[in-house]
Ligand binder design. Structure first.
Ligand code: RNT
Ligand code: ZN
Length: 419
C-alpha cells in the first residue's frame, strides 16, 4: 500500500474519535521548532581565539565531519532542515558570529557580525532566528563564575555581553519580522557545599536587572532565563537555580526557560508546564534528554517527550510555549543527530494532536479512570506512523528512515572530506 493509502485507512481510526486529521496536519505545519546550531560543531563556535568548551558542559565523541566554518555549519543545517517537515527556526549562540579574522571580544559583538546568518535565514525562508549570549568557553569564565562573580569588573564585562546579545537579537527580530528569543544561561556555581548561597544570588539578580534595564521592544526580542540543577564542577550549588529564575521571571515579566535535562531525574518538565502557564503567558523549553550526569543526549520519542507534547497540545499552549532543542552528541553523525531529535519533537506534537484529548479530560472529571487508562494505552498502538509518513510526504521530506540514505550520501560527499 502507498503512503497515501495507508493514511486513508489510518485516518478512519482517528475520525471515529472525532479527530480531524487534516486539520491536525494544518496546525502542525505552523509550529516552529528552534533548532540549536551548536549540535553541528560540538559547541565550538567561530571566535578567532577559540577556547576549549567549559561551563560544566561537555561533548563526548569524535565522529568525523564536524563543521569547521560558518559556511560548513550552514550547509549542514540546510541538509538537516531538508529532512525535517515544516518551517523552523535556528538558534544561535554569540560565539557563532563572523568577524572576518578580527579578534572581537564578547562585550563588543555587534549585529554586523551576524549579517550572514540573517541573509541565510531569509534565503532559506526560516521562521526566524533565536539567540544566546555565551557565558562559557572564555578566559573570563575560568573560575566558573560570570554574572555572579565577586569581581565587579568581570560581572560588568558579562553584563555588557548580555546587552550586546539582546541588541543582536533585536536586529534579528527587525530583519526577520518575528521576535527572537534571547536566552541567558550561565554556568555559575560551586563544586562543593557553599558557605554562602545568598550573596552570589543577590549579585546575579543585580546583574540581570542591569541587563534588562536596556529596553528592547518585545516585537523584536523576548528575554528568557534558564536554570540548572548542577553541572560538572558545580555539583553542590548552582546560583541560577529553578526557584531563583522562576521568581525572577515572574516578577520581571521575563520568560522561564525550562531545559528538560536540568532537574532531578524523576522531576518532569511535562508536569511544570500547566502550572507555570497559569502565572506567565509564555514559557520556553530546551528539549533535551538527561542520562545520568549528562543533560544533553539526543532527544528520542520517549514517554517524557510524548507527555510534553500532550501538555502543550491539550492545554492549547502551542502559541505560549516556545519549543527549542538543546543536545550535543559528537559520537554520531551530527546531521543525523539534528534530524532524529527534531523529527522526534514533531512526532511528539503530532501524536498528542491525534488523541481524543477532550474526551480524556471528561473521563477524568467524571472519575472514570478505568476508561481513561484503557484508552490512553490503546492509543499507543493506533496507526500514528501512517499519519506521520503522510505528513512527511506532503511536506516534501523523506518518509520513514529513507532520510538516512540522504545523510549517508552527504557524509560521503561532504562530511568525510573534512579533516
Ligand atoms: C547548559 C544549558 C545551555 C547550553 C547551551 C549551549 O546546561 O543547557 O542551554 O546547553 O547554551
Ligand atoms: Zn539548555
Amino acid at each position: 500500500m502507498s503512503v497515501k493509502e495507508n493514511f486513508e485507512v489510518a485516518k478512519k481510526d482517528y475520525e471515529k474519535w472525532g479527530i480531524n486529521v487534516e486539520a491536525v496536519l494544518e496546525t502542525l505545519k505552523r509550529v516552529p521548532i528552534s533548532i540549536h546550531c551548536w549540535q553541528g560543531d560540538d559547541v565550538g563556535g567561530f571566535e578567532v581565539n577559540q577556547q576549549e568548551l567549559s561551563g560544566g558542559i561537555d561533548v563526548t565523541g569524535n565522529y568525523p565531519g564536524k563543521a569547521r566554518t560558518p559556511e560548513e555549519l550552514r550547509s549542514d543545517l540546510e541538509k538537516a532542515l531538508s529532512l525535517i517537515p515544516g518551517k523552523h527556526r535556528v538558534n544561535l549562540h554569540a560565539i557563532y558570529g563572523e568577524t572576518n579574522g578580527e579578534v572581537v571580544d564578547r562585550d563588543e559583538i555587534k549585529p554586523e557580525h551576524f549579517e550572514k546568518w540573517v541573509g541565510w535565514a531569509k534565503e532559506q525562508g526560516l521562521n526566524g532566528l533565536d539567540f544566546n549570549p555565551t557565558l562559557f568557553s572564555h578566559p573570563k569564565t575560568d573560575d566558573g563564575l560570570t554574572l555572579a562573580h565577586p569581581n565587579k569588573e568581570i560581572r560588568d564585562f558579562w553584563i555588557k555581553h548580555c546587552i550586546a546579545s539582546r541588541e543582536i537579537a533585536e536586529y534579528f527580530g527587525k530583519e526577520l519580522g518575528t521576535p527572537a528569543l534571547t536566552n541567558i544561561w550561565i554556568p555559575d556555581g560551586y563544586k562543593d557545599i557553599p558557605s554562602d548561597r545568598l550573596t552570589p544570588r543577590q549579585r546575579l539578580k543585580d546583574s540581570l536587572d542591569q541587563i534588562f534595564q536596556v529596553e528592547i521592544d518585545e516585537k523584536f526580542n523576548v528575554d528568557a532565563v534558564e536554570s540548572k540543577l548542577f553541572g560538572i564542577g558545580s555539583e553542590a550549588y548552582v546560583v541560577g537555580s529553578h526557584e531563583f529564575y522562576m521568581g525572577y521571571a515572574l516578577k520581571n515579566n521575563k520568560l522561564c526557560l525550562l531545559d528538560t535535562g536540568h532537574y532531578h531525574p524523576t522531576e518532569m518538565v511535562s508536569n511544570k508546564i500547566s502550572a507555570m502557564l497559569l502565572y506567565s503567558e509564555k514559557l520556553a523549553l530546551h528539549v533535551s534528554r538527561p542520562v545520568r550526569w549528562d543533560s544533553d543526549h539526543v532527544v528520542i520519542l520517549d514517554d517524557e517527550l510524548r507527555e510534553i507534547g500532550l501538555e502543550i497540545v491539550r492545554n492549547n499552549a502551542l502559541d505560549n510555549v516556545m519549543i527549542g532543542l538543546d543536545f550535543f552528541d559528537a559520537s554520531i553523525n551530527r546531521v543525523a543527530a539534528w534530524t532524529i531529535g527534531t523529527r522526534n519533537m514533531i512526532k511528539a506534537l503530532l501524536s498528542a494532536m491525534l488523541m481524543p484529548n477532550d474526551y480524556l479530560k471528561q473521563l477524568q472529571e467524571e472519575g472514570n479512570f478505568t476508561d481513561r487508562l484503557a484508552l490512553l494505552e490503546e492509543f499507543k498502538t493506533y496507526p500514528f506512523g501512517a499519519i506521520w509518513d503522510y505528513y512527511c510526504d506532503q511536506m516534501g521530506v523523506p518518509v520513514k528512515e529513507t532520510w538516512l540514505e540522504e545523510v549517508k550520501a552527504y557524509e560521503k560527499e561532504v562530511l568525510s572530506k573534512r579533516t
